[in-house]
Write a protein that binds this ligand. Structure first.
Ligand code: NZQ
Ligand code: ZN
Length: 390
């Protein structure tokens, strides 16, 4: 078990009846608000009206950055930063899924920096300790952005999708009302669910061997929660218990509770961000295609026991199987979950992706080094995994 520091300053209001606290929380930071949102889902499901009437009652001056793209673009964050500087914005209110919250974080970091281009900060790769305060109203259970210090920003001019990170990017307050997820389409619910699942599997659970038993059990509980509740939420979009379980699982998966004392990895995420950068696909879907292939690729005598345990604890596979057979059963169960239960297309070919850019993507994913995890992956390994996904 590794030493760790746990510090998450995000205050979360979780439940049906708490959005009324939004004005009081915003007031702590000032009166001028930049409201950030996506392509219009919050206008259609009524959340926009709820939030803007609270802002009106609270007497805030509100400016808007709308149209944030799924896989948010650096140019959109730059637009937001220009509004903040021009208008002297005090606090950024992100209302949406991970893309909206990430864009808000890009805005928040840029405003207090020496540049007007968030991409300079992304490329510099320095930890972001200072940013305008961010308040998030979450509408999609997926990325964990509502409680973490990461923002993933895309530059489609250069086919790059990269992370900006630091304590300054953790939202100060997050509102999580599971009812806000009722309007999510089944496909988006499935992709979000797989993203949550993969944050645990890829980032910590199979990342290495710094085992911390309580945390391992906790990680398995979060993955089991996703396996149990994602299909229910897809079938019954207004099932509060299912939406609530997925929403809190989203936050738990990346708010650093689950990485206490563990080794960090990011194999599937590093590989997926290349797919999104080149082909603008939905993040969770890319992960669902990659994860079982990655496990098959890293399976060997050393990794088999941990992969087999994953099958037993998360999918209820046969605990009496020898490790290699148990690991194969676990991978098969993961495929069934992604491609049958969640109904996600199982190959890159079906998403219209061929091997044209695999070499470049693999090299970029490795960033001049290797991707860490249960088995270190060099560019040739990553390329091989992409090919297994065709
Ligand atoms: O654009 P709007 O109108 O908001 O519609 C969105 C979008 O079309 C829609 N949606 C969201 N909430 C909805 C809804 N539709 C109906 N009802 C609702 N309640 O869903 C679509 C996808 O939204 P998006 O925000 O893109 O999804 P998600 O939350 O999965 O975020 C994905 C982005 O986050 C990054 C991903 O790479 C991707 O760019 N990630 C961020 C992380 C972080 N900050 O820590 C970690 C993750 O691993 C991930 O990389
Ligand atoms: Zn993710």
């Amino acid at each position: 078990m590794n030493d760790f520091i746990f510090h998450n300053p995000d205050k979360v209001y979780f439940g049906k009846n708490l959005i009324g606290n939004l004005p009081r929380e915003l007031k702590k930071f000032g009166d001028k608000v930049l409201l950030v949102y996506g392509g219009g889902s919050i206008r259609r499901n009524g959340i926009y009206d709820t939030v803007t009437s609270l802002l009106k009652e609270g007497g805030f001056s509100v400016f808007e950055l709308s149209g944030v793209e799924p896989n948010p673009r650096h140019a959109t964050a730059n637009k937001g930063a220009a509004i903040c500087r021009r208008e002297g914005i005090d606090v950024i209110l992100a209302v949406g899924g991970g893309s909206t919250i990430d864009c808000a974080k890009g805005v928040a970091a840029t405003v207090v920096s020496d540049t007007d281009d968030v991409w300079d900060l992304v490329k510099a790769g320095e930890e972001i300790e200072r940013a305008l305060p961010i308040v998030a109203v979450l509408t999609n259970a997926a990325t964990g952005s509502e409680m973490d210090g990461w923002a993933v920003i895309s530059n489609m001019d250069t086919n790059e999708k990269l992370a900006l990170g630091g304590s300054g990017l953790i939202p100060r307050v997050a509102f999580e009302n599971p009812e806000y997820c009722y309007s999510l389409p089944a496909y988006q619910t499935a992709c979000g669910a797989f993203d949550i699942f993969n944050h645990v599997l890829d980032n910590y659970y199979l990342a290495g061997d710094a085992t911390f038993d309580m945390i391992l059990e906790f990680q398995e509980a979060v993955m089991r929660t996703v396996v149990k509740y994602a299909p229910i939420a897809m079938r019954e979009p207004k099932n509060y218990e299912a939406r609530a379980n997925l929403m809190w699982a989203s936050s738990m998966a990346l708010n650093t509770v689950l990485d206490a004392g563990t080794v960090h990895g990011c194999a599937c995420h590093a590989m997926e961000h290349e797919l999104s950068a080149y082909y603008d696909i939905t993040h969770g879907h890319g992960l669902a295609i990659l994860a079982p292939r990655w496990l098959r690729y890293v399976l060997n005598e050393t990794t088999a026991p941990a992969i087999a345990r994953f099958g037993v604890k998360v999918f209820g596979t046969d605990a009496s199987l020898p490790p290699m057979d148990g690991a194969l059963a676990a991978i098969a169960a993961l495929e069934t979950f992604g491609f049958e239960t969640l109904g996600l297309k199982g190959t890159l070919t079906e998403l219209g992706i061929d091997d044209t850019h695999f070499k470049a993507m693999a090299e970029h994913a490795c960033g001049g080094s290797v991707i860490t995890g249960p088995k270190a992956l060099a560019p040739a390994d990553v390329e091989a995994i992409y090919k297994m996904c065709l």
